[in-house]
Each structure stands twice: as C-alpha cells, then as structure tokens.
Write a protein that binds this ligand. Sequence first.
Ligand code: NAD
Ligand code: LMR
Length: 331
Amino acid sequence: MAEPIRVVVTGAAGQIAYSLLYQIASGAVFGPNQPVYLHLLDIAPMMGVLEGVVMELADCALPLLAGVLPTAKPEEAFKDVVAAFLVGAMPRKEGMERKDLLAANVRIFKEQGQALDKVARKDVKVLVVGNPANTNALICSKYAPSIPKENFTAMTRLDQNRAQSQLAAKIGVPVQNVKNVIIWGNHSSTQFPDASNAVVNVGGAEKPVPAAINDDAYLKSAFVTTVQKRGAAVIAARKMSSALSAAKAASDHMRDWFLGSGDRWVSMGVVSDGSYGTPRDVVFSFPVTTANGKWKIVQGLTISDFARQMLDNTGKELSEEKQEALDVCKD
Ligand code: NAD
Ligand code: LMR
C-alpha cells in the first residue's frame, strides 16, 4: 500500500461535500491502492455539523481512510495537501445567475489563494467548484503566485457529463458510448456545449454524433440550452442546487487529472493561453487530455461561424467577471 496523501475539501459540512467525501475516501478518485488523509475545512459556526460528518466517515469503516482533520483554519487545512477541492461557497437560489454570487464568494477565494500560497505544496492540484467557479479559480491563482497557474482549474465536468448524457439518451446508447463532447467557456448560461466533434459507438462502429443525430437545429438550440440551464432546472425542482451530480463530476475531474484521461477528451476550466482566439488570462473551459498529472488543450479543431459566436460570447462574459472580481478584491 502507498503512503497516504493529504487531500483537502472545503465547504466540508455542506451538501456537495456530503457526497464527495465518500467518493474520495472509498478510492474512486485516487485509486483503490491510495490511502488518503482528509483535511476538512469549513467556517467556525459549522464545526458542530462537521463533527457529525467526521463521525459518519469513521462509521463507514473505509480501509483507505488514513485520518481526518476537521478545521476552520485555512492554513491548517491546506498544509501539505496534494489535491484541493474548493467547494465551500454560497450556492445560488432560484432566479439567480451564478455570477450573482461573485461579490459574496470571490473574497473566499482570495483568502484561500493566499493561504495555499503560504502552506500548500507547490505541486498541489486545485479544483474550484464553488460558483462562479471559473472566476473564483482565476482569483485563487492570482493570490497564490508561488504555485503554477496550470495547477488551478474550475469545474465544467458536470456540464460535460450532462451533455454526454443528453446525447446518449437522444441516440439511444449507453452514456459511455459517447465521447469527446466539449464544454467551452464559462460554467454559466453562456457556456457552449459543443457536440460537433463528439463520436458515438453504435453497435460496435464509431460514428460522428452530428451524423448519428442528423438534426443540426437540435444540436444548435435545444441541446445547448438544456445543458446551459440544467443547473437552474435542478434548483427549481430540488429547491437546492445540484450536489450528487456535482460531487460525481468533481471526482471525475480530479481522477482524470491525477490518473489520466486516456484517449478521451475532458473539459476543464484552465487559465487561457489564448487558444482558439479566447481571451488570455481568464479561466476558460477547453477540451483537454490529461497524462502524468498534466493537462493539455486539444488543438487544431475547426471552429464554425456558430461556434465562433458562442466562444466570443462566453469569453466576453469571463472578461467582464474577471474585471468585477478584481474590483471586489481591491476592497
Ligand atoms: P452548501 O451551502 O450546502 O455548502 C457550502 C459549505 O461551504 C457550507 O458548509 C458553508 O459553511 C461552507 N463555507 C462557506 N464559506 C466558507 C469558507 N470561507 N471556507 C470554508 N467553507 C465555507 O453548498 P453546496 O451545495 O455544497 O455548493 C457549494 C458551491 O458549489 C456553491 O457555490 C455552488 O453554487 C457550487 N456548485 C458548483 C458546481 C459546478 O459545476 N461548478 C456544481 C454545483 C454546485
Ligand atoms: C450546477 O450547475 O448545478 C451548479 O453550478 C449549481 C448552479 O447554481 O447551477
């Protein structure tokens, strides 16, 4: 058995963490032979609730769980961690856009960036889940200048999973038969779920998703808006934001980053290098492949006029969010 690795989850007393912690501690993220020492960060008033979560983790009797550290101190929580799931932030309510959370949440990511900068390993892999996830990840990275920018990512894997699931249902195949659907841009209602390069395995033969569906209007409208608005639809139904599926997506994202994505493309919000004419220095979701703990943007894809418009639109929103976040952080 390997030596335990230290992994932090923030917002550890909240609803996403309630599903995520089991997945991490059961081996679904770092593999079946990798013990984990869990650091659980939440705010001081939640320490009582967190104690209950710690009890439940113990009661799961998980062989890979080497220890648990519940704390309200970021510098204790981030010490020596190799992976950070930054979940802790306010969720939106019905009728809000995710960017409406910016002023309330971005300060959390400034403070946590500063703490990571001070005490975390320089190779820590950071996944920001708390909304607005892309801009929070950017701010976190800005306040942690000693950690490479490549180590800060935002979660759009939930959107990817939603998109893949919609396409599989439409074609009538199991979800794993669909691959290479892309989420471009912001984890917001301007995101661009793009099936133009996706492929599907139908009866043992691979074919392009657009050919299998043969309905361009669906792929440009109903498919796109269903994925863009899925978070809001879950909130309208549950009166709370997605948690089970968000935790699963966070596990998928970190697992692929650590263990590799194989020949599949996955979508991750990463600091943009300007690929595909996107604004530089915003956290933009791209198709990536991952290997040896590193991600690489898939290059050379054709961008149609429709896609160009969608990429520009979501890029513009990210540039505006960035400016607003920088203004908030000045205070
Ligand atoms: P929740 O309210 O159930 O839990 C959030 C937890 O974070 C609470 O326990 C709260 O006390 C804690 N918290 C607040 N400030 C903190 C701080 N400074 N440090 C540490 N912990 C802090 O919310 P949730 O449903 O778990 O959602 C968490 C966030 O994830 C929200 O912002 C939500 O919008 C976002 N989210 C993102 C995605 C995505 O795809 N990127 C998906 C679902 C939810
Ligand atoms: C989601 O996509 O479900 C989350 O970002 C929560 C939300 O506010 O939509």
